[in-house]
Design a protein around this ligand. Structure first.
Ligand code: GLN
Length: 455
């Protein structure tokens, strides 16, 4: 699009809301929002924001892969143009001046899409479905903790103080009154979500102290990944305005459960809209079984995308405080001890809930990875193992227990790299290995406590 004034949607949208500023956004590999701010007039006049593609090879701390990893990625520093998605415009409800935040795709100046962009990776996976006349539908559920603000990274986080002036000291799972303690914050969160047209379904107090979960209305994966990214930003902002932090870390406190991003997935016939996971006589279909077969086969290798940080694996470790976080890739009906839960439903709503991803993961990559695994299962007509009946905590097919083995498994999985894109997969591995090296250079208080005077 050379001149956005020619695009009636942008023009109308801006005019109706008196937009004066535009935030041009993309997420990097780690899920961090990056971008530029532009005056609305310039943007509508065709101003094209550019960023270097090196934003996609940065670790969460802003570091880069070092020489050892260079063979994994194309060490490019090419300029790319940000191209807006007219369906991904949201108001910035907390801004003083009327501001739009717009999610962009990334193209090189030669026109081809940037394979390193997580949104592109999801679009790529969706294009494989589209080519077969399949339309995946997803519904994410995102957990998070509200915690006291804290400026000392060495000091453990604490649950927040509610309206009654008391700290949430014990878990108040599912308590409505405990949610109401944070009513002013949630009122504002809902107002922001309304202003941004985010389709939230329910809000519930989860297992942990100060831990909540929001469910999104099911729909198109790209739209929902956009919404989750926008939601996380809006909630962090809301919490700050109420003197708290909202955190999506997978395991922010050792004595509390972790936070997940569960993903319900079903598959429609793109033409008829029928759910292809529903079979005859109220049973599920063969495609459904194969989708689960693919998740079982490939999810262990896709874990770096679902559990992208060292901290993510603390959530997945079975301990007294791990709550119902999964440790396996078994499946079962209405069974919360398995990684792949099939909720009891009408045939039209047949779906599988992938419970492995942490809330810390990049939503585009969680959806891309999970749908890629299911796709490979349907393509290869893989059969799942028999469903788990009863508890799967102490058995089942396990998952990598740390980011290092998880990265090794991803780098050995050629079929996944082909569906996600080779350049993306190799760059992702390089970034995550560099991040792990950064982490490994930090000497922890555990080491000082137990080794300083004893070894
Ligand atoms: N509601 C739930 O199932 C809790 C999920 C759990 N918090 C996890 O990390 O997976």
């Amino acid at each position: 699009m050379s001149n956005r004034q020619e695009h009636p949607h942008f023009n109308d949208w801006f005019q109706t809301r008196g937009i004066t500023e535009v935030e041009c956004l993309v997420t990097d590999l780690t899920g961090i929002l990056k971008g530029k701010i532009m005056p609305a007039g310039k943007y509508l006049g065709g101003g094209r924001p550019r960023l270097p593609d090196s934003i996609f090879i940065q670790t969460v701390t802003g570091g880069y892969p070092d020489d050892d990893d260079i063979h994994f990625w194309n060490p490019a520093e090419r300029d790319m143009e940000l191209v807006p998605d007219p369906n991904a415009i949201f108001l910035v409800p907390w801004a003083d001046d009327a501001t739009a935040q717009i999610i962009h795709d990334c193209h090189y100046l030669t026109g081809e899409p940037v394979e390193l962009s997580p949104r592109h990776v999801l679009k790529r996976v969706l294009s494989f479905y589209e080519a077969r006349g399949w339309k995946p539908i997803v519904a994410p559920e995102v957990e998070f903790f509200l915690v006291k603000t804290n400026t000392d990274s060495d000091y453990p986080l604490e649950p927040p103080i509610g309206r009654n002036g008391r700290q949430e000291s014990s878990r108040q799972s599912f308590s409505i009154d405990a949610v109401n303690e944070f009513d002013p914050l949630f009122e504002e969160m809902y107002d922001y979500c309304d202003a941004m047209d985010l389709d939230l379904d329910t809000l519930i107090h989860e297992e942990g102290a100060g831990q909540m979960e929001v469910n999104f209305q099911h729909g198109d994966p790209l739209r929902l990944a956009d919404q989750v990214v926008m939601f996380k930003r809006a909630l962090r902002e809301t919490a700050l305005r109420h003197g708290m932090y909202a955190t999506f870390m997978a395991k922010p406190m050792a004595n509390e459960p972790g936070s997940s991003m569960h993903l319900h997935q079903s598959l429609l016939d793109a033409e008829s809209g029928d759910n292809l996971f529903a079979g005859e006589n109220g049973k599920s279909s063969r495609l459904f079984q194969q989708f689960i077969g693919g998740l079982q086969q490939y999810l262990p290798s896709a874990m770096p995308l679902l559990a992208p940080n060292v901290n993510s694996y603390r959530r997945l470790m079975r301990t007294e405080t791990s709550g119902s976080a999964p440790t396996n890739v078994e499946w079962g009906t209405d069974n919360r001890t398995v990684g792949l839960r099939v909720p009891v439903s009408t045939p039209e709503a047949t779906r599988v809930e992938n419970r492995l991803a942490g809330a810390d993961a990049n939503p585009y990559l969680v959806m891309a990875a999970s749908l890629a695994c299911g796709y490979l299962g349907m393509l290869g007509q893989l059969e799942p193992r028999p469903p788990m009946i009863g508890s799967a905590w102490s058995g089942g097919h396990t998952l990598p227990d740390d980011i290092r083995p998880a990265l090794d498994m991803l780098s050995a999985c050629q079929p996944l790299a082909e569906v996600l894109g080779e350049r993306f997969t190799n760059s992702y591995l390089a970034v995550k290995r560099a991040e792990h090296r950064e982490y490994f250079q930090v000497i922890s208080s555990w080491e000082r406590e137990h080794l300083l005077l004893r070894v």
